[in-house]
Design a protein around this ligand. Structure first.
Ligand code: ATP
Ligand code: MN
Length: 534
């Protein structure tokens, strides 16, 4: 096993506060990291060779514990809100010092040099310091992997210091509770403690890019997946968690650019990341073959359980969490685009998982409607997971990614609007959620139908079909679509009680209008006119 210490030339770990006596595992291969995790008992290989671990107390992000240091750089630029919570710089220094003292007392730490942004013009170098090998494997899978040559002269632009076992003391450390993620734009460092949920690292870097790229580089950062057809036509898929970005961008007929985070420049789109982070709940080989086959050596599977007496993952089990995940390098998808860049988008999809069963499964938006929907960022989740009927709960998250946006949503929306006009992009709305009634009555749209709708939109098969405007939301609804039964295209006619549909539809329209009030002052007539009519 490679054991390297601080003598790694030019690595400057001392400046972080790592002592010379601390054992550092630098830049280990995935095989070495997996071996270490298995030997220490932190992980187990499943029957296809992937490393399966448990992230501990936290199996998802904790938005209420994510802070941005409020200082001269951020005070007037960050849009302080429920997701951008200010913290005093003194707590950042205090916690960083405590974390380094904690790490110096560990048997070893894992250090990895990585990068973000596939477009070399915007690349940032990231040095990740972890308490355990599997968190370091996550960094290997999800960030860009520098070449030997790049490592020679590697200079970190940003640092992530991540110690799941370190707990803050809220009484003296300025945090809400023992776990935290703190971003300092001045010190270009992200501190993550008290949580082993790996997604905090990836979304931490996403947060900083959502600040740096639009604010300093005139690049639109987006919470979306992206893929590309054989003719080089790029499609991007915006959507909140669980709406289908990862699932729908893995399309055997198109090259995958990325599944979650992208930038849009004057020349095209590029992925921020080097890997995918897919949900595995109810995963089947038949429905999602690309993701299923990515679960192999090197992949990191989180919070799953095995079928009794085997090392076979029980993908149906929610025993630990519903948010079971797997991370793997982009190249594990058979048709990944390398480097992960493409031209200007020809089609934009807004994905929503409308558990109310109101929005059409596929529709076309005018530029005004597109802006209205982008600012609204709607999805409806099922509130509880208990048996019986639970009311779907609407979520409005500006730009389909409010938790990750340090700037005012208007800044992203304005850039998107400009780019859509300049490039004459088609904008579609896809409801991957309920049909035939709300949650409890109807059922989720079949994945094969959603895929057929997207394929039809991309192939131009929806260019010459008959459309009808939705009476309340206004979007144009195609009345036929290859591979999809015509009767499911109009949601109202899929409900056994159309009058109940109208009630639900009015209810949702009112929620949209209520939510939009806070943006109404800052937008033009064209966007305001795209509001639903009640
Ligand atoms: P996150 O931002 O959390 O990564 P995501 O937008 O990438 O979320 P997915 O991971 O693709 O979302 O989750 C969509 C889930 O819904 C998957 O588990 C998928 O199998 C399931 N699903 C069921 N029906 C559909 C459908 N019609 N379209 C898309 N996904 C569907
Ligand atoms: Mn995803």
């Amino acid at each position: 096993m490679t054991l390297q210490t601080l003598s790694i030339p030019g690595k400057e770990l001392e400046v972080l506060g790592l002592q010379a006596s601390t054992r550092v595992h630098y830049q280990l291969s995935p095989e070495e990291l997996v071996e270490q995790a298995v030997i220490s008992g932190e992980g187990v290989r499943n029957d296809t060779g992937a490393l399966c671990i448990r992230t501990g107390e936290f199996t998802g992000r904790s938005p209420q514990d994510k802070f941005i240091v409020k200082d001269a750089v951020t005070a007037d630029t960050v849009n302080w809100n429920n997701f951008n919570i200010p913290i005093d710089e003194k707590y950042f220094h205090q916690l960083k010092e405590k974390m380094m003292a904690y790490l110096n007392q560990r048997p070893a730490v894992w250090v990895r040099d990585a990068a973000a942004c596939a477009d070399p013009a915007y690349r940032i170098n990231i040095r990740v310091i972890n308490e355990n090998p599997w968190s370091n494997l996550f960094a290997y899978n999800m960030f860009l992997r520098p070449s030997e040559n790049e490592l020679e002269n590697f200079k970190a632009d940003w640092h992530i210091i991540q110690a799941p076992g370190f707990k803050a003391d809220p009484a003296v450390d300025g945090t809400r509770q023992h776990n935290f993620a703190i971003v300092s734009f001045t010190h270009k460092t992200i501190l993550i403690g008290g949580t082993g949920y790996t997604g905090e690292m990836k979304k931490g870097i996403f947060t900083i890019l959502n600040y740096v790229l639009p604010h300093e580089k005139n690049v639109l950062s987006m919470h979306c997946s992206a893929n590309m057809g054989n003719e080089g036509d790029v499609a991007v898929f915006f959507g909140l968690s669980g709406t289908g970005k990862t699932t729908l961008s893995a399309d055997p007929a198109r090259k995958l650019i990325g599944d979650d985070e992208h930038g849009w420049t004057a020349d095209g789109v590029f992925n921020f990341e080097g890997g995918c982070y897919a949900k595995t709940i109810d995963l089947t080989e038949e429905k999602e073959p690309e993701i299923f086959h990515a679960i192999r050596p090197g992949a990191l599977v989180e919070n799953v359980t095995f079928l009794n007496g085997t090392n076979t993952i029980d993908f149906t089990s929610k025993e630990i969490t519903e948010n079971t995940r797997v991370s793997y390098p982009l190249s594990y998808i058979s048709n990944a685009q390398e480097p992960a860049m493409g031209g200007l988008p020809a089609n934009i999809f807004f994905l929503t998982c409308d558990a109310k069963g109101v929005l059409p499964p596929v529709s076309k938006l005018t530029p005004g409607q597109a802006m209205y929907q982008f600012i609204s960022g709607y999805t409806a989740k099922v509130a509880g997971t208990e048996a019986g009927v639970t009311e779907p709960k609407s979520t409005f998250s500006a730009c389909f990614g409010a938790p990750f946006l340090p700037l005012h949503p208007g800044q992203y929306a304005e850039m998107l609007g400009r780019k859509m006009k300049e490039n004459k992009v088609n904008v579609w709305m896809i409801n991957t959620g309920w049909s035939g009634g709300a949650y409890g009555e109807g059922s989720r749209m079949k994945l094969s139908y959603t895929r057929a709708m997207i394929t039809a939109a991309l192939n131009g098969d929806l260019n010459n079909v008959h459309y009808e405007a939705h009476p309340v939301f206004g979007m144009e609804v195609p009345q036929s679509c290859p591979g999809v039964p015509a009767e499911i295209l109009n949601p109202r006619s899929t409900w056994s009680d159309p009058a109940a549909y109208d009630v639900k539809c009015t209810e949702l329209a009112k929620e949209f209008i209520q939510n939009f009030k806070k943006y109404a002052d800052g937008v033009n007539e064209e966007i305001l006119a795209a509001a639903p009519k009640v």
